[in-house]
Design a protein around this ligand. Structure first.
Ligand SMILES: Nc1ncnc2c1ncn2[C@@H]1O[C@H](COP(=O)(O)OP(=O)(O)OP(=O)(O)O)[C@@H](O)[C@H]1O
Length: 240
């Protein structure tokens, strides 16, 4: 029996279906890349997936988002089988996997506006201005992605994920390419998201993200998948 990564220990009957749930989930490319995973994320929880390079963290996130078919087991979002085309899943899940799929001729501001328009966000101009300011992009708002630095493009990806309504935020190593100040802000932002009732599933190599924002940790290695508390998880990340 694989270890259970429920982020609600002792809570036998959740009132709502979890935002995301995996049961005996095997992920990989024809063959599994890691042992079976059991997990769930409820509103207000942040599950950090940690492990050494190549242990399957990104593969797990991509499978839970429906970008990859499971090799075995089951995954659900809001109680329904994972289907990235389903309206419920599209409306509920915001994601930043670090993949840069920018339109080369749209500015940073226009990318964020497009996201707002696509999700019917009220007051898109104000929302976008606030995000540009928050992520330190206001002075580069009219630059195209190709004219932004690597860290600025990462900030733009994060801002785009936060520009739209969501119940679940899925992030793959969101700390990558961010300076220390923005990493600190990221932790604050994740905590605010959790406190507002959002759920977060993220993969990270940053012990500060784990210690500062996670409510539970899923540690993946070649031989086992373990659930850790955030302090032990941060220690484990720091020693990888
Ligand atoms: N498209 C692919 N086809 C086949 N194997 C792949 C593919 N993408 C990744 N892999 C392999 O699957 C395993 C898990 O990769 P994955 O990217 O999920 O690891 P990770 O834990 O996210 O690593 P990192 O910490 O380096 O980001 C690795 O051995 C990797 O080489």
């Amino acid at each position: 029996m694989p270890p259970r990564a429920s982020t609600t220990p002792g809570r036998d009957v959740p009132v709502e279906p979890p935002l995301v749930r995996a049961r005996g989930l095997l992920v990989g490319y024809g063959l599994p890349v890691c042992p079976a995973v059991d997990l769930s994320v409820q509103p207000g929880e942040v599950l950090a997936v940690v492990g050494a390079n190549g242990t399957g963290k990104s593969t797990l996130l991509r499978t839970l988002l429906g970008h990859l078919e499971p090799v075995g087991g089951a995954a659900e979002v809001l109680g329904a089988p994972v289907d990235p085309r389903a309206a419920q899943m599209r409306a509920a899940v915001a994601q930043d996997l670090g993949e840069e799929a920018f339109f080369p001729y749209l500015t940073a501001r226009e990318h964020l506006l497009l996201t707002c328009y696509g999700h019917g966000v009220p007051g898109p101009g104000e929302v976008v201005d606030a995000l540009l300011e928050e992520f330190g992009l206001h002075e580069r708002a009219d630059a195209s992605p190709g004219a932004l630095s690597s860290g600025q493009r990462r900030r733009l990806l994060l801002a785009a994920a936060l520009a739209r309504p969501r119940s679940l935020l899925v992030l793959d190593e969101p700390e990558q390419r961010l300076d220390v100040g923005m990493r600190n802000h990221l932790v604050e932002r994740l905590v605010a998201e959790r406190q507002a009732g959002g759920g977060i599933l993220l993969a990270t190599h940053d012990p500060r993200v784990v210690a500062g924002a996670a409510t539970a940790v899923l540690h993946i290695s070649e031989s086992e998948v373990r659930t850790l508390d955030p302090d032990d998880g941060a220690t484990a990340v720091a020693s990888l």
